[in-house]
Design a protein around this ligand. Structure first.
Ligand SMILES: [Zn+2]
Length: 368
């Protein structure tokens, strides 16, 4: 067995569905899936059944999480532009603000006329002092995350240019959007972006085969779009799974919801791509550890690490997944690269397919 040690990975974009839709996933099953996939820190989105848009709702969510999580979890706050007075109450408890400008699960979309005010208020209160490892004081601005495609992305970039906000654009999937981001970066705007593994490894021709299990927002795109993402990996800041589980019954229903799970397959897919020389291990560390830690100000620990066997091949089976939804769009794929052990702050929490961590042993980042 060959062995490779990587730092514990960070996924800044997951939907664990708890509270409100725990038939799809909950904090325990979702964080078990994270550990099995080599992720020791994840950041959870606010579009729960009742969106996390008040301080009370956030506190309730954190309380539930504390009882169940087996890895470290941080949270985002949501806004439709009508809860600005809640921002100061939650600022020390969240990793960032999430705004939906394009369609997603729950129809939680902000009115674009309210956007400027949200950007201004968030910026004013979100710049917080932070001590680095050498004890040097610096100021950190918590990002606004946007789900914004096409014209909506245009609006966001214009606003970021005008106000100077720190913005992270989630799940870029098409040439035009990435071109806009590259352009904004070259102009010196504080803009970062992420791509999902499904947009890197699946394309629109896969939808025929996958049916509702290949439907997500943004949708799978053309081969050309996919190639453009791979070719411009250096402009991409993070890989985010957008782990968005739904039950098999829901997916097979009359109106299948959008979203696919991803926490357990991201790293094996990337390691397979390393074996095919499409990227290297340093890219994985940059995209799944160093950059997310930097963008979201996550303190890392040298004893939080994962051990992988890059040469171990296996087939992804729905039946062996920890996610409660019990399926993956990559079911049946032959993969090279397996997570063997996971350590959090020196404690072994996962080994050879088994979760060793106790329920509730994970840490809430910036918790109450
Ligand atoms: Zn998402």
């Amino acid at each position: 067995m060959s062995k490779l040690i990587l730092p514990g990975l960070i996924d800044p974009h997951v939907h664990l569905r708890d509270p409100g839709q725990t038939q799809k996933e909950d904090f325990y099953t979702g964080t078990c899936a994270a550990l099995a996939g080599g992720f020791t820190t994840i950041l959870d989105m606010p579009n729960n059944k009742i969106p996390i848009a008040t301080s009370a709702k956030l506190d309730e969510k954190i309380k539930i999480a504390k009882e169940k999580i087996v890895c470290d979890v941080g949270f985002y706050f949501g806004s439709l532009g009508d809860n600005l007075n809640e921002f100061p109450k939650v600022i020390n408890k969240v990793a960032g603000l999430k705004l939906y400008l394009s369609l997603t699960t729950g129809g939680f979309i902000i009115d674009k006329n309210k956007l400027e005010q949200v950007f201004k208020v968030w910026q004013k209160i979100s710049i917080t002092p932070s001590l680095d490892s050498a004890g040097v004081l610096s100021y950190f601005e918590k990002p606004i995350l946007v789900h914004a495609e096409d014209k909506m992305l245009d609006i966001v970039i214009k606003l970021a240019k005008k106000l100077g906000n720190k913005v992270h654009v989630c799940h870029i999937s098409i040439i035009e959007d990435l071109k806009q981001i590259i352009n904004a970066k070259e102009k010196g705007l504080k803009i970062t972006c992420g791509v999902t593994p499904h947009h890197l490894f699946l394309a629109e021709h896969d939808v025929k085969r996958l049916g509702p299990f290949g439907k997500m927002k943004p949708p799978l795109q053309s081969k050309k779009d996919q190639e453009f993402l791979w070719k411009n990996l250096k402009y991409i800041d993070v890989i985010e799974s957008d782990h968005a589980p739904h039950t098999i019954e829901e997916k097979r229903g009359k109106v299948p919801p959008f979203g696919v799970p991803g926490l357990e397959t991201t790293l094996p897919l990337l390691l397979t791509a390393v074996s095919e020389k499409r990227l290297n291990i340093k890219d994985i560390i940059r995209l799944c550890h160093t950059n997310p830690a930097k963008i979201f100000n996550i303190k890392t620990d040298p004893e939080t690490k994962i051990e992988i066997d890059p040469n171990s091949s296996f087939i992804i089976h729905n039946s062996s997944l920890f996610t409660k939804c019990g399926w993956s769009p990559f079911n049946g794929w032959k993969i090279k690269g397996r997570v063997k052990r996971v350590f959090i702050r020196g404690k072994k929490v996962f080994e050879n397919g088994k979760i060793l961590a106790k329920k509730g042993s994970g840490k809430v980042i910036r918790g109450i």
